[in-house]
Design a protein around this ligand. Structure first.
Ligand code: C2E
Ligand code: MG
Ligand code: MG
Ligand code: MG
Length: 286
């Protein structure tokens, strides 16, 4: 009985690995064509100042609308793009499209203060991010302060000195640097403290069910204290409940994003939100 179960389990296991490999190869092939077929698009998740809930920016999130599979999440295709050497091309497209969109909103008089773009470790390893960004800021006549780049702790592991140099170069231009998913990586506190980073983004897992007396309370409080003494800004990501936001406000966390305030929005949705904000401001001042 045990033997049969084992055999069955093995078979299932074996075929599911094969399935995964086939799946990945198919995905890789279609990912290569996704850009030319206009299947990639950007979504924008609003970021709010916790104190007064003013909209202060948006995180740019890549979406792939696959003709047969529907929406493929970035967690699935970004790793494939990284492995197969496609991340440079895709990442440059994201940066270009994000800046172009920022400019379009600015021209319409509804500019966002800041857009935050995710940059993967491999993309940084190409080493040409500062040049790409220079070109884009010039092309779209966009101030460097309107752009924030998000990286994860994994970016710091392989070549910390090179990373330090690249981040310093970007920062010298006035581009903000945010450490994404903070608290889940393996970088040492001394690395974090010495890296030219402006913002810590507290990982969603620490925000979930965050209230006074909750297990996550101490972690979040400690991160806020650390950020304060390093003079870094803090963004809490994945805020889904009022209680979480209330806690963050009581601890003077600066910025929050999450489903409780707003889900990631398509361009039309974000444009509508920016229009609405502009009208409210106009009415207030009239
Ligand atoms: P991330 O940068 O940490 O992005 C936050 C993720 O959390 C997004 O998932 C977002 O939709 C989701 N999220 C936001 N608020 C909530 C919430 O309240 N609750 C829950 N459960 N989830 C929330 P998404 O868009 O699927 O992106 C996943 C990851 O893929 C991102 O994590 C980022 O690491 C990566 N990614 C997305 N776009 C890009 C890109 O353009 N370039 C690169 N290199 N990576 C990207
Ligand atoms: Mg991010
Ligand atoms: Mg910012
Ligand atoms: Mg994150």
């Amino acid at each position: 009985e045990a033997k049969r179960l084992n055999k069955n389990n093995y078979r299932t296991y074996g075929s599911s690995i094969q399935q995964t490999l086939e799946d990945r190869m198919k995905l890789e092939l279609s990912l290569r064509q996704a850009m030319s077929k206009n299947e990639l698009s950007l979504f924008f998740q609003p970021q709010y100042a916790v104190e007064d809930m003013e909209l202060v920016g948006a995180e740019v999130l890549l979406r792939w609308n696959h003709p047969e599979r529907g929406m493929v999440p970035p967690d699935v295709f970004i790793p494939i793009a990284e492995e197969r050497g496609l991340i440079g091309e895709i990442g440059t497209w994201v940066l270009d499209e994000a800046c172009r969109q920022w400019k379009e909103w600015q021209t319409s008089g509804i500019a966002l203060d800041q857009i935050a773009v995710n940059v993967s470790a491999r993309q940084f390893a190409h080493g040409n991010i500062p040049q790409i960004v220079d070109e884009l800021l010039q092309r779209y006549d966009m101030p460097a302060s309107a752009l924030e780049l998000e990286l994860t702790e994994s970016c710091l592991i392989e070549a910390p000195q090179e990373m330090f140099n690249t981040l310093s170069e970007l920062r010298a231009r006035g581009i903000a640097i945010a450490m994404d998913d903070f608290g889940t990586g393996y970088s040492s506190l001394s690395t974090i403290a010495t890296m030219p980073v402006d913002t810590l983004k507290i990982d969603r897992s620490f925000i979930t069910n965050l209230t006074i007396g909750s297990p996550n309370e101490k972690i979040v409080t400690a991160i806020l204290m650390l950020a304060n003494s390093l003079e870094m800004q803090v963004v809490a990501e994945g805020v889904e409940q009022k209680g979480e936001l209330d806690f963050l406000r009581s601890k003077q966390c600066h910025i929050a994003q999450g489903y409780y305030m707003a889900r990631p929005l398509c361009v039309q949705g974000m444009t509508a939100l920016l229009r609405e904000r502009a009208e409210t401001r106009y009415k207030r001042s009239a």
